[in-house]
Design a protein around this ligand. Structure first.
Ligand code: HEC
Ligand code: HEC
Ligand code: HEC
Ligand code: HEC
Ligand code: HEC
Length: 248
């Protein structure tokens, strides 16, 4: 094979590659210090938005299913944020003159999407996928906090690596036994996720475990039933801490 680079060029390339990698690593570390400071953690601090959208109002008081607005949450990596059309299915008739909804009407007229500020964000070098978590029955509240109380959306958890690993280490702490319907048939784990909000919306009583999940807390004491729940869902706990799972 013809030599493309002279040996000297090769060394130069190696050095510059090494240098660049070093630079990236330092930037990486500096960045990670920044993400750890409480200033940037923003847990429980509501973020300003162009329209004061309330989850308590829409998802609980009105009882609109999360999937009506976050339509890809159980099928893909991204949950997606709703387009203006979704709001206008109601707000072209309901509260149609509200000043708070002026940006929604403007977006409808101009076709320019509403710019929602991001509340939850992990760095680009982290791979995250909603669908697998929802399909194994991990509650939105376990990762996003008490959505049912949010008038303005805030980050509910740090989303730091140690936080992800706390569950990946021992998912039994956050998974409920698979519930049954009135006929005694097992529900799909993902239906369990949305059943919580249906109950909250209907004012139905929650079991003490459901209550803890709704609060964004772990189970009190994982037992054999939780252990079975992990098995029934075919959760491969032994692989969950491997670096390549989240850094591909
Ligand atoms: C009527 C539509 C609607 C429904 C129903 C809805 N959401 Fe949302 N959601 C939004 C909009 C709009 C935003 C972006 C504005 C904001 O952050 O408040 C959003 C943002 C979010 C965010 C933060 C996104 C980010 O930037 O990180 C989370 C988490 C979330 N929703 C969870 C839920 C959950 C859980 C449910 C069901 C209990 C739900 N949503 C139901 C419209 C909806
Ligand atoms: C399924 C119907 C429905 C959908 C979809 C819906 N809303 Fe609403 N929204 C309502 C109703 C009903 C009210 C208020 C009724 C009340 O306060 O009693 C409301 C109230 C509001 C208010 C408060 C208005 C005021 O003046 O107090 C805002 C802001 C709002 N919605 C934003 C949105 C946004 C943004 C979207 C899209 C992401 C959206 N809504 C989607 C039904 C809906
Ligand atoms: C295992 C933890 C976990 C669960 C469970 C979870 N989320 Fe998320 N969510 C995240 C993380 C992490 C991000 C930030 C993703 C990123 O930056 O790429 C996020 C981001 C979002 C966003 C912003 C848009 C996006 O996809 O980046 C929305 C909306 C959202 N989640 C809604 C939901 C809803 C609705 C549910 C329940 C049906 C849910 N999430 C369940 C961890 C979770
Ligand atoms: C409350 C528990 C919990 C939390 C918190 C959590 N996960 Fe998971 N994660 C799971 C479970 C359960 C699975 C499914 C494992 C299986 O099916 O074998 C999973 C699977 C994954 C997968 C594998 C996806 C695939 O397609 O193979 C990735 C990637 C992942 N999680 C990333 C993350 C990241 C990044 C975070 C933090 C931002 C996080 N998870 C937080 C419970 C959790
Ligand atoms: C369950 C998902 C997950 C797994 C598994 C995981 N990481 Fe991470 N990692 C993250 C998330 C999320 C961040 C970004 C948030 C943060 O800075 O904590 C991150 C950040 C990092 C960083 C940036 C510096 C820092 O700490 O903020 C390094 C380096 C890193 N991970 C290395 C590793 C190594 C090495 C492994 C295997 C031993 C690993 N990660 C396994 C989710 C994961």
């Amino acid at each position: 094979m013809a030599q493309i680079f002279k040996p000297a060029a090769n060394t130069a390339a190696t050095i510059s590659l090494f240098g660049a990698a070093g630079g990236v690593f330092i930037a990486f570390l500096a960045g990670s210090q920044l993400t750890r400071s409480s200033f940037n953690t923003k847990v429980d601090n509501p973020i300003n938005q162009p329209v004061p959208f309330s989850h308590q109002h829409h998802a609980i008081e009105l009882g609109i299913d999360c999937r009506f607005c976050h339509s890809s949450v159980e099928t893909s990596a991204k949950a997606s944020v709703p387009s203006t059309d979704v709001c206008m299915t109601c707000h072209s008739t309901v509260w149609k003159n509200s000043p708070m909804l002026a940006p929604v009407r403007a977006s409808e007229e101009t076709g320019v999407p509403i710019h929602w500020n991001k509340v939850n964000d992990v760095p680009d070098f982290v791979y995250f996928d909603h669908s697998i978590h929802i399909n194994k029955g991990v509650s939105c509240n376990t990762c996003h906090g008490k959505i049912q109380e949010m008038h303005m959306t805030a980050k509910g958890k740090t989303l730091h690596m140690t936080w992800c690993l706390d569950c990946h280490n021992d998912p039994e702490k956050y998974i409920l036994p698979i519930p049954e319907d009135e006929m005694g048939n097992a529900l799909e784990p993902r239906e369990q996720v949305f059943e919580l909000y249906r109950k909250l919306a209907a004012g139905d009583e929650l079991t003490s475990e459901e209550h803890r999940i709704a609060e964004g807390l772990p189970n009190k004491a994982p037992d054999d039933e939780h252990h079975q729940a992990i098995k029934k869902r075919d959760i491969k706990v032994t692989q969950l801490e491997d670096c390549y799972i989240c850094h591909r």
